[in-house]
Design a protein around this ligand. Structure first.
Ligand SMILES: C[S@@+](CC[C@H](N)C(=O)[O-])C[C@H]1O[C@@H](n2cnc3c(N)ncnc32)[C@H](O)[C@@H]1O
Ligand SMILES: [Zn+2]
Length: 381
């Protein structure tokens, strides 16, 4: 395996060089390394620094470690005791080399199945960064974690409803492919995590949950306790979506009745869930995380975290351009629509899901009214 040494953050890491023929995907190389996930790792470094700022003794497990890059960065840049584990020989050897390269005394390398590592021991913080779905690791991770779960999922097609059957198999929930599909993915994953934690009498408080180009990411603070677990499950529910007019309704609960006909247009509605209907983020945590990211110079992540910090906690977002297309009119800048909605007395914000999406407490017909009014004002100018 041809390797080279790169520097990410303040950490040096020996990583494989893909040969010309196999160039991509990174999973075709003996040890996985994807430079495109740098921002994902930057956010992890800053988030774990914030989360453990008064607890330097917290332990961190990078359960699916590959080159070790994630765990090495937490050990070196945050100073936490880190365990890095991978079941592949080549990865295990590279992790050990990389610990030496950085002269780290607070690291342990393990060559074992991630589920066995997690069933054998508890860790304060567990990070799952699998190929595709984290589903095979959720049970052991929820059992093992004491304080924080960090989860990446790259199986966005099952989570967002494009591969519905795989979504149902992996997450025991029905996803729907709608205009707000990235938020569907985030909430289906969060719902599965909350239900798995509940099995272990644990609850979660989401600190940051986001969808980026090809993955979903979740940071959830974890607490032990049956009362907290019962309370946490109250955030679960269902979304009923109308593919006729775009109206959506949600109901909390795990055994709910929902209207079969859309109250707006009479079309038959479709149901998604059970999924997480609670908060996606803790805005205080995101504020602190934003300062930490600024301090550490992780420029690429600044806008994402600021938008997460400021977005409204209302499921599910609207796609402004799709709405305009359905009405046959041209879109204005998203900020103008947000201001127009606020002028009418509604709450409205941008979302991190895309630059043309927004959240509001206005109903679909009210939104369409404001969109039309804005377009005709522009025409009249
Ligand atoms: C996507 S890569 C991890 C990337 C790494 N976290 C990073 O930031 O570059 C997934 C890794 O999980 C390992 N893996 C897959 N299934 C495993 C299992 N059941 N137990 C241990 N390692 C596993 C693979 O060998 C691979 O190295
Ligand atoms: Zn409808």
């Amino acid at each position: 395996m041809l390797t080279k040494i790169i520097i990410e953050g303040r950490t040096s890491v020996e990583v494989p060089v893909p040969d010309e023929a196999s160039n991509f995907p990174p999973s075709s190389v003996a040890v996985f390394y994807n430079p495109a996930m740098r921002m994902n790792r930057d956010v992890a470094v800053a988030a774990i620094a914030c989360f453990s700022k008064n607890a330097p003794d917290y332990t961190y497990l990078d359960a699916l470690s590959a080159s070790g890059i994630r765990g090495l960065r937490i050990a070196k840049e945050v100073g936490r005791n880190t365990t890095m584990s991978d079941w592949e020989d080549t990865s295990f050897e590279l992790i050990k080399k990389n610990i030496e390269l950085n002269d780290l005394a607070n690291c342990t390398a393990i060559k074992r199945n991630a589920n066995v590592v997690m069933l054998d021991d508890s860790f304060d913080i567990i990070d799952l960064d699998p190929f595709g779905s984290p589903a095979p690791f959720l049970d052991a991770a929820c059992r093992s974690t004491k304080r924080l779960l960090c989860i990446t999922a790259t199986d966005t097609a099952p989570l967002c409803g494009a591969h519905k059957k795989a979504g149902i198999r992996n997450y025991a929930a029905v996803p729907l492919k709608t205009e707000y599909y990235p938020e569907m993915g985030v909430r289906i994953l969060m719902g599965a995590v909350a239900r798995t934690l509940a099995k272990h009498d644990k609850s979660m408080t989401p600190l940051l949950s986001y969808a980026s180009a090809h993955y979903v990411r979740l940071f959830a603070a974890v607490k032990k306790g049956i009362n907290e677990a019962d309370e946490c499950l109250k955030n679960m529910g269902f979304i009923s979506h109308c593919f006729g007019c775009g109206a959506r309704k949600w109901k909390y609960g795990l055994a709910v009745h929902m209207e079969e006909k859309c109250p707006v247009c009479g079309h038959t509605t479709s149901l998604a869930g059970p999924l997480w209907l609670g908060r996606l983020h803790d805005s205080d945590f995101c504020g602190e995380l934003h300062s930490e990211i600024e301090k550490r110079g992780f420029k690429e992540a600044l806008k994402l975290i600021a938008t997460c910090r400021d977005e409204l906690e209302i499921p599910m977002h609207y796609d402004y351009h799709k709405l305009c297309k359905s009405l046959g009119i041209t879109a204005m800048p998203t900020d103008e629509l947000i201001l127009a909605l606020r002028d009418k007395g509604f709450r409205a914000s941008r979302t991190h899901f895309s630059g043309i999406s927004f959240k509001t407490d206005a109903g679909v017909e009210e939104i369409k009214g404001v969109v039309r009014e804005l377009a005709s004002k522009e025409k009249g100018m």
